[in-house]
Design a protein around this ligand. Structure first.
Ligand code: EPZ
Length: 420
């Protein structure tokens, strides 16, 4: 297993290009199942999760060809051979459940392994199933699989009891081919949902209200092909914005947009980090003096994203004063805290709250990545720490960050991968 070696060496200067969003791409790819015509995604990120989705779609008989080094994905579901998503692939990646809605909508049947819990929480899929049931799916849960069938999905009014990104995506895709009108209430408003709706519209779907809590979909008989650019990865963006915030210096994030991360940018401002728009993206610099403590509560979009909580904690470890981070989306998403503590951070975790007492300096240490965002938070902390840090189990990192060593070393960071 590879690890990453970081030697903390002060301010960063340079530019970092931001890739297309992993979490958008993972829902745009299954959209290919809705049509027999080609769907092409540009600005796709080159990540192991994308390869896993490629493998899953391939197992259904879809063709996914990675062009231009993986930045273009040319897909076709013309000759699908199976509606069975096997446990062996689904267990690797929860986003696999996103094939359920499209398969059911186009073929009237699907058999998809239920994803288990995962490191950050139980993460059930009951809302995905309830929304599809409301549209007329008959579901049978047996032997770890959901077997779904329908003689034809019908439009329905469905209100999500809590906001779920994945369930909104599954329901939205299914509703494009349902008979009649579907209204999704308390829908997720994330930029990845907006991106999915825009892609589906390019394919001929009739959708209104994406980006608000109520999405209305008028079902159509068939969808066609399209070419769609994947939206910027706001989580990769926020992660790299934190690098100069933690180490000092100034970094331009190419393709960065404040509207993708407004709540996060407000917290950076309060902490003493300046964010300015440039022609090509955003420039982030640490203002004079030490980072100031701020309190953070994670919430669905447009609130502070849970996927940036671990990285923000890394910043607040060396802030002046005490910060409280409240995690409201996942019940077990503070696994980075004990690892950061190994680097000299002072953090107390109690239930969904983590209290971070800022220290002057972190020290390098051997640490272990426990999930995707936790791993990158350790790398950020290591950039600002005294001495050497080795982050092991970086396969988590490769799920969601492409060329992380390259992007950071281009700004002067001392970071390298050690093959293991
Ligand atoms: C998406 O996961 C992202 N993944 C996650 O990113 C992200 O953390 C999360 O949204 C929240 O923003 C992808 O897009 C592939 P949810 P998702 O359904 O869709 C509960 C990362 O690091 N819930 O919005 O699975 C659930 O347990 C990852 O890139 C139910 O109870 O998240 C959670 O507490 C990690 N029943 C809350 O809702 C359901 O049927 C929100 O989850 C579905 C969800």
């Amino acid at each position: 297993m590879d690890s990453i070696l970081v030697r903390g060496n002060g301010p960063l200067k340079g530019q970092i290009p931001i890739a297309g969003a992993k979490n958008a791409c993972l829902t745009l790819m299954p959209a290919t199942l809705l049509t027999e015509e080609p769907l092409t995604l540009t600005n796709a990120p080159r990540l192991s999760d994308i390869r896993t989705m490629t493998q899953l779609l391939g197992s259904l008989g879809a063709e996914v060809v990675a062009l231009q080094g993986g930045q273009v994905l040319a897909m076709s579901s013309h000759d699908l051979t199976s509606q069975h998503a096997d446990y062996d692939i689904v267990r690797k990646m929860r986003a696999s459940i996103l094939v359920l809605g499209p398969l059911l909508a186009r073929f009237g049947q699907a058999e998809v392994s239920l994803p288990g819990g995962c490191a950050i929480g139980a993460r059930p899929v009951d809302l995905h199933l309830k929304a599809l049931e409301a549209m007329g799916a008959e579901l049978d849960l047996r032997d770890g699989y959901v077997r779904a069938k329908t003689s034809g999905l019908r439009g329905a009014v469905f209100e999500f009891p809590i906001v779920s990104v994945g369930a909104t995506e599954n329901a939205l895709m299914a509703a494009t081919l349902a008979k009649g009108t579907t209204v999704l209430k308390n829908a997720a408003r994330e930029p990845e949902i907006v991106d999915l709706a825009q892609c589906l519209r390019r394919m001929g779907a009739q959708i209104e209200g994406e980006g608000t809590s109520t999405i209305t979909i008028q079902g159509v008989d068939r969808l066609g092909g399209a070419t769609h650019p994947v939206v910027t990865d706001r989580i990769e963006l926020g992660t790299y914005m934190l690098a100069p915030a933690i180490c000092g210096g100034e970094v331009e994030l190419l393709g960065g947009r404040i509207d993708l991360l407004a709540a996060f940018c407000e917290k950076l401002d309060a902490a003493g980090v300046s964010v300015t728009e440039t022609e090509r993206g955003l420039t982030v610099a640490r203002k004079n003096g030490r980072i100031r403590a701020v309190d953070v509560v994670t919430e669905p979009f447009p609130g502070f994203p849970t996927d940036l909580q671990a990285q923000m904690m890394a910043l607040l470890c060396t802030a002046e004063g005490t910060s409280v981070l409240e995690e409201k989306i996942f019940e077990n998403r503070f696994m980075h805290a004990p690892e950061l503590t190994r680097m000299g951070a002072r953090i107390e975790v109690q239930g969904g709250h983590a209290t971070v007492h800022g220290v002057e300096k972190l020290r390098g240490a051997p640490v272990m990545a426990t999930d995707l965002r936790a791993s990158v938070s350790l790398i950020l902390a290591a950039l600002a720490a005294e001495g050497e840090t080795v982050v092991s189990r970086v396969y988590h990192l490769d799920r969601g960050y492409e060329r992380v060593e390259e992007k950071l070393s281009a700004c002067g960071a001392l970071i390298e991968r050690i093959a293991g």
